[in-house]
Design a protein around this ligand. Structure first.
Ligand SMILES: *[C@@H]1O[C@H](CO)[C@@H](O)[C@H](O)[C@H]1NC(C)=O
Ligand SMILES: *[C@@H]1O[C@H](CO)[C@@H](O)[C@H](O)[C@H]1NC(C)=O
Ligand SMILES: *[C@@H]1O[C@H](CO)[C@@H](O)[C@H](O)[C@H]1NC(C)=O
Ligand SMILES: *[C@@H]1O[C@H](CO)[C@@H](O)[C@H](O)[C@H]1NC(C)=O
Ligand SMILES: *[C@@H]1O[C@H](CO)[C@@H](O)[C@H](O)[C@H]1NC(C)=O
Ligand SMILES: [Cu+2]
Length: 368
């Protein structure tokens, strides 16, 4: 399939006008959405994404290790339905995953230095000729069941959205993270997760994983591998999202890992769980890659570095051009930012907050 550059620009504009930076700011317990930052630790970076996989900020976002004592801990039972609500829809393409880590004493005082295990993932809903279609697209909430086998204790419940729009270069993936505090009642006598199911954070990712460093635009991907350990406990069914305020049947926008327990590779051949009788509540827009750049001018206004006649398109939004101008999606400002503040032609440096400004297509900046 061929897509024109204007289509791609329009898609990018849509993404960025519909949502700036989103934050998982509320915990959901058995359908009840709690207050903002009541059970979710506050960050101190105005929701700017974490990009360094080796930083302790990857645990609970910047500042998230400083706000445990002022955050409440919610009592739940193993098997309860929990989740997160966002301030705005998830505006970037990529998966959502949820990890847990047991506190040595209380969730309030826990710094997340122990072992983490993954209990939930929401990835692609489909893979088409247009590429990866995300079940996470524009959702404002999602819920899932805590494992029945969860041992009793206090935990951090960590959600991450991995935004992949600039992930074709190392460090380009953006992690939007929040941690909630839970006290879990449980009769489970199961052994705690161990071995390949657990990892430290940082440490869980190197940043080179096929699900973290990839070009989602071109060549058009045919599969997606969820990064991180397999979901605990093994044998967990493929995951789908259930949305607050929707019936479960109506909102089964499924993620379709071929088998969550053994492999998290989503292949195009997997039949999506959505059927006509089970209509998805949202449709993912296509993230399309141009087969070829229509004109040199169009190329250079969107991608950097400069256009080379006959070159294979290597869509790298956010890459810096040789002239020092920043490509679409690249950072162009914010405290501690040292780089160029000039965007490529056709893009505008959009200030999201004190910490983060980003080059976006000018139409999107006007709409933001
Ligand atoms: C729902 O959450 C709100 C905010 O945390 C709380 O005030 C309320 O009591 C909860 N309702 C139920 C039924 O748990
Ligand atoms: C924000 O949190 C980080 C740790 O994640 C800390 O180094 C920094 O000093 C904090 N900044 C402010 C303004 O509190
Ligand atoms: C993070 O650590 C990994 C593993 O040691 C290393 O390969 C990678 O280059 C590091 N990345 C950064 C941004 O420091
Ligand atoms: C998955 O995608 C990679 C990268 O595009 C490709 O090399 C590989 O052949 C694909 N695997 C399958 C099973 O389609
Ligand atoms: C939760 O998400 C569903 C599906 O997107 C949406 O219809 C519903 O309004 C959302 N509810 C809240 C409270 O955010
Ligand atoms: Cu963004």
């Amino acid at each position: 399939m061929k897509f024109s550059l204007p289509t791609l620009l329009a898609t990018a504009a849509l993404i960025h006008s519909s949502a700036a930076h989103y934050c998982f700011n509320r915990l959901i317990v058995n359908g009840n959405i709690t207050s903002e930052y009541e059970y979710v630790r506050k960050n101190n970076n105005s929701n700017s994404p974490v990009t360094n996989v080796n930083s302790t900020d990857l645990r609970c976002n910047a500042g998230g290790l400083l706000t445990g004592s002022t955050t409440k801990t919610h009592s739940v039972k193993a098997g309860d339905t929990v989740g997160f609500a966002l301030d705005t829809g998830i505006g970037h393409p990529g998966p959502v995953q949820v990890y847990m880590s047991k506190a040595d004493s209380t969730a309030k005082s826990y710094d997340g230095a122990g072992e983490w295990f993954k209990i939930y993932e929401l990835g692609t809903s489909d893979i088409t000729d247009d590429g990866l279609q995300w079940a996470t697209n524009d959702i404002t909430n999602f819920t899932f069941a805590l494992p029945q086998k969860l041992p009793k204790g206090e935990y951090l419940l960590r959600v991450e959205s991995i935004a992949l729009h600039g992930a074709s270069t190392y460090g380009g993936a953006q992690f939007y993270i929040s941690c909630a505090q839970l006290s879990v009642e449980s009769d489970a006598t199961t052994a705690a997760p161990a071995g390949d199911f657990v990892a430290k954070i940082p440490g869980v990712y190197t940043g080179n994983e096929p699900g973290i460093m990839l070009n989602i635009y071109y060549p058009v991907p045919t599969n997606y591998t969820m990064p991180g350990p397999a979901i605990w406990p093994s044998g967990s069914a493929a995951h789908s999202a259930v949305f607050v305020g929707e019936s479960a049947a109506a909102s089964t926008a499924a993620s379709t890992p071929s088998s969550a327990a053994t492999s998290a590779v989503n292949v195009a051949a997997v039949t999506p769980v959505n059927t006509p009788a089970n209509t998805p509540v949202f449709s993912a827009p296509a993230y399309s890659a141009p087969a070829a750049y229509s004109t040199p001018a169009a190329y250079s206004s969107y991608y950097a570095p400069a256009y080379t006649p006959g070159a294979t398109p290597a869509a790298t939004p956010g890459a810096s051009s040789s002239g020092g101008a920043i490509g679409v999606y690249g950072q162009c400002g914010g405290s501690n930012y040292q780089g160029s503040t000039t965007c490529v032609s056709g893009a505008t440096c959009q200030r999201w907050n004190d910490y983060y400004s980003q080059c976006v297509a000018s139409a999107a900046a006007a709409a933001a």
